[in-house]
Design a protein around this ligand. Structure first.
Ligand code: NAP
Length: 287
């Protein structure tokens, strides 16, 4: 792909920083542009350009000389479709040849509240006239390992997901997948990649793993969606976020966060990092 530049948006965030890392490893110096609001959080090895989804002129400026874009979905729920649209419109103006958008598993039919804005973004991409692919990411392993120490402390994992299986992978594997896919030229127009971990677990299996790691008995407390909202709020989460998390967890009982296609493994040329390995790394930082 010559010396054309690739822009990663949200590059100061956790996923974006890792995508930049993988691209910098693969491409000649000067090829990777990290777009973000805060230069103090610029990832190493890339050219940093100021990019705020709410300021279209900043997106135009960040796209100078850019032919490929990874649009990392925004975090401001309720504003995201407008923000993503601003990036898509700027990419059209800039003549971008391929845009990859980080969506959610099965976004076209996924009933999660969280999927609404992803689906709307996919729909606007479908009619925008810009070449694009969809990186439909499953859950990050870190969504669970980030609270593993707390689960051990309290001896309980709260759950509204029944026997659901979660095909998680660490952020770094999704980032490696994004970096690999944006560099390929063999995509079908609008191709959707369902990206998820190579292995999966239930909450009970997760509790069993924590029991083994900690030597303490960790049990699963099965809750209804409404009870889970209340529990999350009692733990200090704002009501809006508690409702979104409980909604995803309870609806995942129908399999929305399970995917055994190994599409991510295929993209990165290896199986994803096992959940237990990410868990060990997380627990080693708190011991
Ligand atoms: P993160 O660490 O919070 O990073 C979000 C990035 O978005 C940051 O760089 C942030 O910039 C940037 N951003 C937010 N508002 C912006 C704006 N108005 N203009 C420009 N940039 C803006 O999140 P992450 O862990 O990397 O996750 C990436 C995305 O995946 C999230 O945004 C979310 O949609 C989704 N997600 C997925 C999962 C999953 O399990 N699959 C879990 C959580 C989130 P600043 O550094 O300036 O704040």
């Amino acid at each position: 792909m010559g010396t054309a530049k690739i822009l990663v948006t949200g590059a100061t965030g956790q996923l974006g920083t890792l995508i930049v890392k993988h691209l910098v490893q693969k491409l000649p110096r000067g090829s990777v542009v990290a777009g973000g609001r805060n230069a103090d959080k610029a990832p190493p090895g890339a050219e940093f350009r100021t990019l705020d989804y709410n300021v279209p002129s900043s997106i135009d400026a960040a796209l100078a000389g850019v032919t490929r874009v990874i649009l990392v979905s925004g975090t401001e729920i309720g504003k995201r479709v407008q923000q993503h649209q601003a990036v898509v419109e700027a990419a059209l103006r800039a003549g971008v040849r391929l845009l990859a958008y980080t969506s959610i598993l099965k976004a076209d039919t996924n009933p999660f509240l969280l999927a609404t804005e992803h689906r709307a973004t996919e729909q606007l991409l479908a009619t925008a006239g810009l070449p694009y692919i969809l990186l439909r990411n499953g859950w990050y392993s870190e969504n669970y390992t980030g609270t593993a120490a707390m689960a051990i402390q309290f001896g309980v994992i709260q759950s509204a997901s029944g026997n659901a299986r979660f095909s998680t992978a660490p952020r770094d594997d999704y980032a490696a997948g994004a970096a690999a896919l944006i560099l390929r030229d063999d995509h079908k127009p609008g191709q959707a990649y369902e990206l998820a971990g190579s292995t999966s677990f239930t909450k009970q299996e997760y509790a069993d793993l924590l029991t083994r790691k900690s030597g303490k008995n960790i049990s699963v407390q099965n809750l209804t969606a409404a009870e889970y909202v209340a529990a999350l709020m009692q733990a200090g989460l704002p009501e809006g976020l508690a409702k979104i998390l409980a909604d995803s967890d309870s609806k995942s009982a129908d399999g929305w966060l399970f995917n055994d296609s190994r599409t991510l493994a295929h993209a990165i040329g290896r199986s994803t990092v096992p959940f237990e390995q990410t868990l060990d790394a997380a627990l080693s930082t708190v011991r």
